[in-house]
Design a protein. Structure first.
Length: 277
């Protein structure tokens, strides 16, 4: 009896040790990135540094002088409205396609499926031309307004609503005299909240890391986002790799904080739509 219990304790201890090692190994690249941002540019090519250097104040000042924190604010100005619009429009679209029966519904669902099979880069030229016709070059509207047409988000909510939303509750609310808007906001959306948080995280990360879109649309330096701003750090004859790495480290802070607060709902939202009744 004691031997079996001791054996289980040893197995658990070994298992936790192995898992802890794997977890720490996933943090190692990020740790090295933080360390590299505190060294001189020349020191990065001499050896792999595992401890902090004394270059952090200079690198941080160079970031600040280059307008990095303006780029940081610009990225937030784009990513936050983009994410909110994606959640608002896609949740309503997915719920409507799942729970309403109307003429053209099957066509719209098939249209969503078809657009999911097309690569996003296929419409880049048409997208830039369209934004030019709207006179939206050098503005943030091309990254905010088109977010309402996110077919992946519509499909996401449509699949999640199959198991999360009970039509009996919806019908009961209608019988009680609740309007469709009130039903969606007060009854349906709380059921869709895990899916909304998951999609919000994915949308925010995608918008925050977007390089190609701002590169094609934004021509004025004061409008640059974080990816474009980091790419332009340095001079014509010198690339400040350590400063760039420090900028990338700082730019990951919002993503880490966001995931830390939403990881529970993120995993539930990812798995919830995959469970069948």
């Amino acid at each position: 009896m004691k031997t079996g219990r001791r054996s289980r304790i040893i197995q658990k201890t070994v298992g936790y040790c192995v898992l802890t090692m794997f977890a720490l190994s996933t943090l190692l690249p990020f740790y090295i990135m933080v360390v590299m941002g505190t060294h001189k540019n020349s020191e990065l090519f001499l050896r792999l540094n595992f401890w902090f250097g004394d270059r952090f104040p200079e690198n941080f000042k160079m970031l600040s002088d280059a307008g990095f924190f303006r780029y940081f604010l610009n990225s937030l100005t784009i990513a936050v409205p983009n994410t909110l619009l994606v959640i608002a429009s896609c949740s309503m679209g997915g719920y409507a396609l799942r729970c309403y029966r109307f003429k053209g519904r099957k066509f719209l669902i098939n249209f969503v499926f078809v657009t999911l099979m097309l690569p996003g880069s296929l419409g880049t030229i048409a997208w830039v031309w369209e934004m030019k016709q709207f006179n939206w070059i050098n503005t943030y509207w091309p990254f905010i307004i088109p977010a309402m047409g996110n077919t992946y988000g519509v499909f996401w909510f449509m699949q999640y609503a199959k198991n999360a939303v009970s039509m009996d509750i919806v019908e009961s609310a209608r019988v009680e005299g609740a309007g469709e808007a009130r039903i969606f906001v007060q009854i349906v959306f709380p059921f869709l909240l895990p899916a909304a948080i998951s999609l919000a995280l994915l949308s925010f990360v995608g918008c925050w890391n977007n390089y190609m879109g701002p590169f094609l649309i934004l021509k004025r330096k004061e409008l640059y986002t974080v990816p474009i701003g980091i790419a332009t750090l340095g001079s014509l004859f010198r690339v400040e790799y350590s400063t760039r790495i420090l900028g990338m480290t700082i730019s990951t802070i919002p993503l880490i904080v966001l995931f830390a607060f939403t990881s529970k709902y993120f995993m539930y939202g990812i798995l919830g739509g995959a469970v069948k009744e």
